[in-house]
Design a binder for this molecule. Structure first.
Ligand SMILES: NC(=O)c1ccc[n+]([C@@H]2O[C@H](COP(=O)([O-])OP(=O)(O)OC[C@H]3O[C@@H](n4cnc5c(N)ncnc54)[C@H](OP(=O)(O)O)[C@@H]3O)[C@@H](O)[C@H]2O)c1
Length: 272
């Protein structure tokens, strides 16, 4: 499967861990790429002028239309942290006592944050969907495992500040939009680039490229998901019609075959 020279993929969150790998894979596959970023200088330097750069913030609808010109596909890998952190962009720099309160009082932290999950994963993704061209060929969204299990441990803990609620709202906006879509729900992210603030990042955890790729439906899978394979799933899904309209989980398990057969993995979802 190959790209056509008319294809132009907008990658929202292209400077993030999964996003950087998505951009790399798209370029490798011959796609034209436009990165939607809040920081043009960062993206230009990161991709060595090999991509178009559009400045935009998914929280601000008015920054999005200019980024959409001639876009044929959107891959959205934006996100913030599940728990309060500086990425939540508090209205003012919290002092030590305020940080304690932010951690123990979700309502308080959400009310003070400008880039909490509800702002990015729910409202931001909805804004991106609303700005997407009507003739878009595919909207690919990186969501999360646990959405259908958010009242069970450990997902309940992960959802303490509403990240799974927000991802679910993002998913609903996409499904309700009438656009062609693929929704990918990774397990706990592993492998670099280590850009997020979580345990696997602290440990610089790696799969060593040893494990196979397992896709599932109905949110029953458990385990880690390599950012490398999540990014590959995003790119491969725009190449295979069998992934259209699919919502699936992805984790790494079992022995890795010499080549990942994405066509077969997506087709199995359809036949389930
Ligand atoms: N960590 C996990 O275990 C886990 C598990 C399942 C799913 N996920 C999801 O997987 C996805 C990718 O994770 P990751 O670790 O690659 O993420 P990441 O490195 O934290 O990257 C997040 C990206 O989102 C962008 N962004 C944040 N707020 C934005 C806004 N308001 N407007 C525009 N862009 C914004 C960031 O851009 P800037 O450079 O401007 O900050 C960055 O490019 C995320 O959606 C995450 O929720 C994570």
């Amino acid at each position: 499967m190959t790209s056509s020279f008319e294809d132009l993929v907008l990658v929202a969150g292209g400077t993030g861990g999964v996003g950087q790998l998505v951009v790399g894979k798209l370029l490798e596959r011959g796609f034209r790429v436009r990165v939607l970023t809040r920081n043009a200088a960062k993206a230009t330097k990161m991709f060595d002028n090999r991509v178009e750069v559009a400045v935009g913030d998914i929280r601000s609808s008015n920054t999005l239309p200019a980024a959409m010109l001639n876009v044929t596909h959107i891959i959205c890998c934006t996100g913030t942290t599940a728990f309060p952190s500086s990425r939540w962009e508090f209205d003012s720099e919290p002092n030590l006592i305020e940080w304690v309160q932010l951690f123990f009082d979700p309502k308080y932290s959400i009310s003070r944050a400008k880039n909490s999950p509800i702002k990015t994963d729910a409202e931001g993704v909805s804004n991106l969907v609303a700005a997407a061209p009507e003739n878009l060929r595919r909207f690919v969204f990186v969501s999360s495992c646990g959405i259908l299990r958010k009242y069970e441990f450990p997902w309940k803990l992960l959802n303490a500040y509403g990240v799974l609620d927000a991802k679910q709202k993002g998913e609903e906006a996409i499904i309700g939009s009438g656009l062609a879509y693929t929704i990918i729900r990774p397990g706990r992210l592993i492998d670099g680039p280590y850009t997020s603030y979580d345990l696997n990042t602290l440990l610089k955890a790696k799969t060593g490229g040893k494990f196979g790729v397992v896709l599932g439906k109905g949110d029953t899978l458990q385990g880690d998901a390599s950012r490398i394979d999540v990014a590959a799933a995003c790119v491969e899904s725009i190449l295979y019609p069998s992934s259209e309209g699919q919502v699936f989980e992805i984790v790494n398990q079992g022995t890795r075959p010499p080549v990942i057969d994405w066509d077969n993995l997506f087709s199995q979802l359809t036949s389930d």
